[in-house]
Design a protein around this ligand. Structure first.
Ligand code: URP
Ligand code: ZN
Ligand code: ZN
Ligand code: ZN
Length: 461
């Protein structure tokens, strides 16, 4: 099957050109000047549209266990929603429960995801039990194509790792080329502030933000950076939300340290004012790190321009308002943490292009090319080039849409972006050569997505 995408503006991280893109089977086979190839089996007209490499969301949580419940998207509904929004690869997190092994955890996540995803997927591993066996099993995970390990400085008693445990895992990473991903918040201090708030009867969702001040993200980020420096391990800070944390990352990078960071659309567009919405509506915006005062947003956009923030992922972690977020009525600390967003990342970052915050090429770089390089998928993914997987988004920059629960495809009963007006939208999406979205319809199927055994990072070794 030969599909010709005609006369679009092809946007790669490295540049833009007017071209035709030929897809043969699952791969891109040629990029030519418009009109050079005259015949194909099928045609996609891309006049006045952008042709981008499919988005790569390197941070999602489908069916994730949290506080006795599970995030609401399955691997099928979540990857289908991703496709709707122009994301053709997700990297989700397998979650080691304390007392279990990394390899049994990996088996469990394969059982959840294999045969169910609508687009391609990979895994990171959350390490919540650092011991000799886990450290040894990190090597087997790497051999199985899972070479990035998330650790937590937050959530004492659940995922939390001590500095000593982090140090040991970083030593292992330094010797193997694995990537340590850090949830950098000082969970010990935060838990004290949370206990004080509850004891004083301050139980509303906004307290979630007030008890997790940005200084404690900055402090943890600095500490993670120092631990990485001592061990020689490279470091990737996940879901960076605060100016203080960004300053720590920028200083380390200026000093030549191999430190990278991602931010998420919610930190660029939403704020602690959303957490303060009345009638428990604020619970819809509870995630960790929390939404910050608006002043942080300009710094994050600047970080995206200067490359101190290299990746935008969603941290998609949907919990329904009804019955899930509501678990925390009367005690904000029991609200499941997470915000839905896998469907909207490409559109929301395109608003950054429209607003003049980032260029078109940078849009593609932070949402596709760099996550592909960072997580061992490049040049199979993350680029429109001959030989790459035909994961392609045809994007209409002129169309207008309004985000909301009535039109989104995520399996969650609210939208964090309800009523937000967006310029631009996905027109056609191909996943490995198959059209999965076109003409406002999903044409893919459960099980089309394949597991991606990833190479080591191109940046972090
Ligand atoms: O609140 C969040 N971010 N939930 C998902 C888990 C995590 O820490 O990434
Ligand atoms: Zn986290
Ligand atoms: Zn997360
Ligand atoms: Zn298929």
């Amino acid at each position: 099957m030969r599909t010709l995408i005609r006369n679009g503006t092809v946007i790669n991280a490295g540049g833009t050109l007017r071209a035709d893109v030929l897809v043969e089977g699952e791969k891109i086979s040629a990029i030519t000047a418009p009109g050079v190839i005259e015949t194909a089996d099928a045609y996609i007209e891309a006049d006045d549209k952008y042709v981008l490499p499919g988005g790569i969301d390197a941070h999602t949580h489908m069916e994730m266990p949290f506080g006795g419940t599970f995030s609401a998207d399955t691997f099928f509904t979540g990857t289908r929603a991703a496709a709707w929004g122009g994301t053709t690869t997700i990297i989700d997190f397998a979650v080691q429960a304390k007392g279990t092994s990394l390899l049994s955890t990996l088996d469990k996540w394969h059982e959840k995801a294999d045969g169910h995803c609508a687009v391609d997927y990979g895994f990171h591993m959350i390490v919540s039990d650092v011991n000799d066996q886990s450290l040894k099993e990190m090597e087997s995970c790497i051999d199985a194509g899972v070479n990035s390990f998330k650790m937590f400085m937050a959530y004492p008693g659940v995922f939390y790792a001590t500095d000593g445990e982090i140090l040991r895992a970083m030593q292992k990473a330094a010797g193997t080329g694995a990537t340590v991903m850090m949830h950098a918040e000082n969970g010990i201090a935060i838990d004290e502030l949370v206990a004080q708030a509850i004891a004083e009867g301050r139980t509303d969702p906004v307290e979630h933000g007030l008890t997790r001040p940005p200084e404690l993200e900055g402090e943890a980020t600095s500490r993670a950076i120092q631990l990485a420096r001592v061990t020689g391990a490279p470091l990737y800070i996940v879901h960076l939300s605060a100016s203080q944390a960004l300053a720590a990352v920028a200083a380390a990078r200026n000093d030549g340290q191999n430190v990278f960071a991602e931010t998420c659309p919610q930190y660029l567009y939403l704020s602690i004012e959303d957490l303060a919405k009345p009638d428990f509506e604020g619970s819809k915006y509870v995630a960790s790190p929390p939404l910050r005062p608006k002043e942080h947003q300009a710094d994050l956009w600047r970080g995206l321009r200067t490359n101190d923030l290299s990746v935008v992922s969603t941290d998609h972690c949907p919990f329904c308002f009804k019955d899930q977020k509501e678990l925390g009525r009367g005690d904000f600390s029991k609200i499941p943490n997470g915000i839905p967003g896998v469907e909207h990342r490409m559109d929301l970052l395109h608003q950054g292009v429209v607003a003049g915050e980032i260029t078109l090429q940078r849009w593609v770089e932070v949402t596709s090319a760099t996550p592909a390089r960072m997580f061992g998928l490049y040049p199979r993914k993350g680029v429109i080039a001959p030989g790459a997987d035909a994961d392609i988004v045809v994007y209409d920059p002129a169309v207008r849409q309004t985000l909301g629960v009535a039109t989104h495809h995520m399996a969650v009963d609210y939208s964090a972006y309800e009523g937000m007006s967006i310029t631009g939208g996905v027109s056609t999406v191909l996943s490995r050569g198959s059209v999965v979205i076109s003409d406002g319809e999903f044409h893919g199927h459960e099980g089309h997505g394949r597991f991606l055994s990833r190479e080591l990072s191109q940046y972090l070794v």
